[in-house]
Ligand binder design. Structure first.
Ligand SMILES: NC(=O)C1=CN([C@@H]2O[C@H](COP(=O)(O)OP(=O)(O)OC[C@H]3O[C@@H](n4cnc5c(N)ncnc54)[C@H](OP(=O)(O)O)[C@@H]3O)[C@@H](O)[C@H]2O)C=CC1
Ligand SMILES: CC(C)(CO)C(=O)C(=O)O
Length: 308
């Protein structure tokens, strides 16, 4: 199967690696230094928990041209970067697109592609459930053995599911098809936004979470408020366990957050300021539209984060 992975950062590299190992004909679209690295060394990934390093030679493209044809395109990048590639995808003749990563506005992206594409598109949205970080010349993966990608369409079945199944037939990562991927993506934003928001300094650099009692209490209550905002928009919190944990087991969550804030493990949820800011802007709009009171989120924002 001819597949393009558009965006060769931490998770794009992990996805390309499993797709190559699954017997697919994979091209990665990268730019600048990352494209040079990939051409020279292939995809180099240190799998921390598996105590191994994998190297996969891969075809590298620097652009997606109008006439380039792929059976599947996975776009794997930060939420705030998607808008720059949508017009390029719309011009291209391939039809099956999966947009992978945090996403507060999947519907607008799909609408853009539906309205502007030269060839009709079928669009799905996904989230590669894994983690990692970039090191010099290689990526670190801290994902479990056989990770998964949650995936779904905004309008019922994924039109190109047979193509996806074929691509993943021999891939160790499993596809977890959800009936409401938009709800999953929006639910994910709430804890991620709050965990990250308290960790940026004025230079927009990630630092250790402060972790004082007052801050942790505001964080837990702010997550609860965040879910109430989503519910007021008619969104079901998925997975349900997140809401249960945040609403019914606050003491346990407090202890977990306290430990988390003291250990280097907090680096696993290190996002980028640009993406967190864009997600925060979306959440601020939802708050305004629903009119749900968010007193803890407002204090947290005023006193503990640089997001305004
Ligand atoms: N990293 C992680 O541990 C986790 C990430 N996620 C989420 O997954 C998504 C992807 O994250 P991640 O892989 O870490 O992100 P990265 O920033 O590591 O990778 C994104 C890649 O996309 C490339 N890119 C951005 N814009 C363009 C463009 N216009 N043209 C070509 N390439 C472009 C970047 O290029 P360049 O290198 O030149 O900047 C970069 O290589 C995000 O939503 C993130 O929050 C979720 C869970 C964990
Ligand atoms: C955004 C990011 C990369 C950091 O919090 C993340 O871990 C996630 O979305 O799950």
């Amino acid at each position: 199967m001819k597949i393009l992975v558009y965006g060769a950062g931490v998770l794009g590299s992990q996805l390309a690696h499993v797709l190559v190992r699954g017997g697919n004909d994979v091209t990665v679209l990268a730019r600048g230094k990352r494209a040079e690295e990939l051409e020279k060394d292939g995809i180099v990934i240190r799998h921390v928990f598996q105590f191994k390093t994998t190297v996969d030679p891969v075809r590298v493209a620097r652009t997606l041209e109008v006439d380039d044809q792929y059976d599947l395109i996975f776009v794997v990048m930060k939420y705030n970067d998607f808008s720059s590639v949508l017009p390029i995808l719309a011009d291209n003749q391939s039809s099956n697109i999966v947009i992978v990563g945090n996403n507060a506005d999947a519907r607008s992206m799909q609408n853009f592609l539906e309205v502007n594409s030269r060839v009709a598109k079928q669009v799905a949205f996904g989230f590669h459930v894994s983690a990692g970080k970039r090191e010099k010349d290689r990526m670190l993966s801290v994902g479990g053995g056989s990770g998964q990608m949650v995936i779904g369409s905004l309008d019922g079945e994924i039109g190109f599911k047979p193509v996806l199944d074929q691509a993943f037939q021999h891939v160790k990562n499993k596809l977890n098809v959800l009936s409401d991927i938009d709800a999953w993506l929006k639910s994910h934003i709430i804890p991620i936004l709050i965990l990250n928001a308290v960790s940026f300094n004025e230079k927009r650099e990630m630092q250790k979470m402060e972790g004082n009692k007052q801050q942790l209490v505001h964080m837990i209550r702010a997550m609860d408020e965040g879910f109430s905002v989503l519910e007021a928009m008619g969104i079901t919190i998925i997975p349900e366990i997140q809401a249960k944990m945040i609403r019914k087991h606050q003491r346990m969550l407090y202890l977990l957050l306290k430990i988390y804030s003291m250990l280097p493990v907090h680096k696993l949820v290190t996002g980028s300021f640009g993406e967190i800011e864009a997600l925060n802007n979306a959440f601020t709009d939802w708050k305004k539209t629903t009119g749900i009171p968010t007193p803890h989120w407002d204090v947290l924002k005023r006193d503990f984060t640089i997001l305004k």
